[in-house]
Write a protein that binds this ligand. Sequence first.
Ligand code: BGC
Length: 804
Amino acid sequence: MNPLLAAGNYAALVAEMTAEEKADLLTGHRMWRTGAVERMDIPAVVMTDGTYGVRYSIPQIDGDVRPGQDFESFLQVVGRKANEVEATWGEMRPATCFPNGSSLACSWDVDLARAMGEALGAECREYGVNILLGPGINIRRTPLGGRSYEYFSEDPILTGDLAAGMIEGIQSRGVGTSLKHFACNNSEVERTSMDSIVDMRALREIYFLGFERAIAKAEPWTVMSSYNRLNGVQAAEDSWLLTQVLRGEWGFAGLVMSDWHGIKDRSASMVAGNDLDMPETETRKADLLAAIRDGTLPAAVVDLACQRVLALVRRCLLALEVPSAPVDWDAHHRLARQIAAESIVLLKNEDAILPIPTTGRRRILVVGACAVEPVIQGSGCATTTPTRTDIPLDEIRALAGTDTVVDYQPGYAMDAEGFNPALAQAAVAAADDADHVLLFVNAAVGWDGEGSDRRSLALSPGHDELVQMLAAAYPRLTVIIASPDAVVMPWIDRAPAVVETFFSGQATGGAIADILFGRANPSGKLTTSFPMTLESVPGHLHYPGENGRHHYSEGLFVGYRSYDSRGDSLLFPFGHGLSYTRFAYADLRIDQEEIWPGDDLTLSFDVSNVGARAGKEVCQVYLRYGTPRLRRPVHELKGFQKVALEPGETRRVSIAIAARDLCYFDPDRAEWMIDDDLLTVEVGASSRDIRLEAPVRSVSPMGRYRRIDWDTQPTFVLDNPIARAGFRAFLSERTGASGEDADRMLEHCRNSFFGILTTLANRLRQTITPTEIQPVLDSINRQVRDAEQAELERHRAEVATRAA
Ligand code: BGC
C-alpha cells in the first residue's frame, strides 16, 4: 500500500493524481471493483451483492468482463429466478443463502441479525470481497413492491434496528456494507425514472428514519443512492439528500456510491455528493474526465470525492487485519436454519392442530410441488447460489417419527401456470384418511423481484383453488406459504392452521420441519400488516403512479399507521404471530410521569410464559397520542424486545425510548418536536393485541403558538400573549390610542376569518401594509422562540437543582 494511503494522508495523494487517475478512481473498474491507481500503488477493492447471501460471479469478478458486455448480462438478470442467474452471469461461487430480508425481520431479533451479518462477513472474507452491497432497507409501503422480499418492514424503527445489527455483524468481520437504496425506491415500476412524490413528514418519519437510525447506530462504510427521482430530483444527483441531510444533518462520514447505472448526469451527481459511479461505463467516465479537465466540476468537489474513495480503500485494506477463520459452511447452514425457524410466523393454529406429535402411528400427507422444490429466495440481483438446499419433504420425513408414514402429492406443477384439476383431485383423494395434511403453496416466483412489482396479492395461479378444494374436503389442513410479502387468503376461514415462511433461505425445509413438529416453538411475528384486499392498502389508489410521478398519497400513514388509525379489518395485523405456548403481561411501570423535550423514557413490565413449552415472545411497545398538534397515527412502534422464557418463568423487561423517538418532525419549523399531550404507553403482542397501558404526560413549551404572519387570523394573534402585546403596542403608537383601547380594537377583530391586517383595514379603517408590520412580526416570532427556549432552560435548571 502507498505509504501516504497507509498514513491516511489522502489530500497529499490526491494532489499527485492526474485527471485520468481521478476519473478512474471515481468511476470504479468494471462491474464490481473500485479503480486501482497502479502508478501510486493504490489497489482496487471488490464489492458484490447482496443482502442475505454473497453472490460471487466467477467470470465477472475474477475475469475481466468489459463494460457493455456486463451491461447486457446485468439487464438480463433482473426478473430472473435465482436458479437462472448463472445462465447469464456465469458460474457462481456457492454461498449460504440466508433468510431473505422479509423473513429475517420476522425474528425481531437484532442479535440474530448481527449473527447473520457476522456469517455474511466471514463468507465475504473467504472469497476476498471487501464490501457487501447491503442491507437494503427501503420501507415496504405496498406488499406489491418487487423487492419487498429483500427489505425488512413497513416500520422504520424495526427496520433501522435490524439493519444496524446486520451492519455491525458484517463490519465486525472486516467487511464494509452499503446501506441502500437511499431513498424512496419503494416500487420497481419504471424504477430508474419514477418520481416518488413524498411529503416532508413522511420522508423524515418513515422513509429516512430507518437509514438515519442505522447510520447513527452502526456507521455503514458506504450508502448507495437509489435509482428513482425524489420530489423531482434524481436521487443520485440530489444535494439536499446526499449532502445536506445525509452528511450535514446525520453526520455520515463514509462514501456514497450510485446504484448500478443509476447516475444520469455525472457532474450533477458529483456536486450532489455521490462520490463513486458504479459500475464502470465509458460514456459517464468520459463525461467526468472532460468536466474535471475543463474545470466545469470544481476541483474541490472532485478532490473531496477522491479522498472519500481513498478512505474507503484504506479502510478495506486495514480491515483485512481483523483475523478471519475459514468458513464453516455446515455451521452457517445450521445458523440459516436457526434464523429461519426464529422467523417463520405461525399465523393461525385453531384447536392447536400444530405441533404434530412425533409419537404414535399416524399418516401425514404432504401436498405441493414446492415441498420438493422450495422457494428459498426472490429473484434478481440479490440472489445467491446456495451451498445446499433442505428439501421440506425430506426434512419432514426425517423428523416425523419412525411410526409415521409420510406420503406426498404434488397438487400442482411447479412451473406450469394455473390450476391442475388432475393433480388437485389426486391430492384430495390422498387426503382422505390422513391425520395431517400439510399443503405447501407459494406466491408467483420470478415475476416478483427486482425489476417488476407483483401484479396481485394472490398466490401463484391455481394455488388458491387447491387450498379451497383441500380445505373443503379435509378439516385439519395446515397451509404453509412462501411469499415475498403479504398475500390475501380467500380461504382463511376454512384453513385451521397457516404458517408463513416468506423466503427463508436454503435451510427453509429444515426450519419448517422444526416448527411443524415443535422442535422449534414459533416466535416470528409479522413486520408488515396483511390486508384483507389489495385495494385496502394505504396509498393504493395512487399506485404505481402516472406520467412518471408516484404520489405517496397516504403520507405518514404507511401500513399499520393507517389500518390502526382507521380501525380497518385486517387479515393479520402488524406484529402478529402465534406460539405453542402462551404469554402473560403484567405490571407496566414508567420511570417518569412527565417528559419534556430531550427526555428519554424508560418503561418496564413483566412477561411470563404461562404455557407448557419453552418459547420466545416478541414484546412490542407502542406510543399512543392524545391530541397532537400535528396529525399523528393513532399509535406507533417505539421499541421491542424478544424474550426467551421457560414454562412458568417470568422476566422483567425494560425498554428505553430515546427522546428523539418520541418526536415528530414539524416541517414548518424543520425540527423534531414533542407536544403538550397526554400520551399512552402501550405494551402488547401485536399492534392489535395491546395487553398493558399507562399514561405519561408530555410537556413542551415548543410550538404552543404558531408563527404570526401579516395574514394570520386575529384569533391566533389574540391567543398568543406575545403577539397580542406586540400588535397592541404597534397600534397604540400608530393611532395614539391607549394600550387598553388598542387591545379593545384587537379584541374587536377576533371573530374575523380574514387575516389580521385585512380585518384591521376593513373593520377599523387601520390600513397597515405588510412591509410596515414586518419588523413587528419578526420581533414577535423571535420573542416567542426565545420564551420557549427560556421556559425549557428554566425547567432544566429546576431538574438539575432537584437532582443536586
Ligand atoms: C440493484 C442494487 C444492486 C446492484 C448491483 C442494482 O440493480 O438495485 O441493489 O446492489 O444492482 O447488483
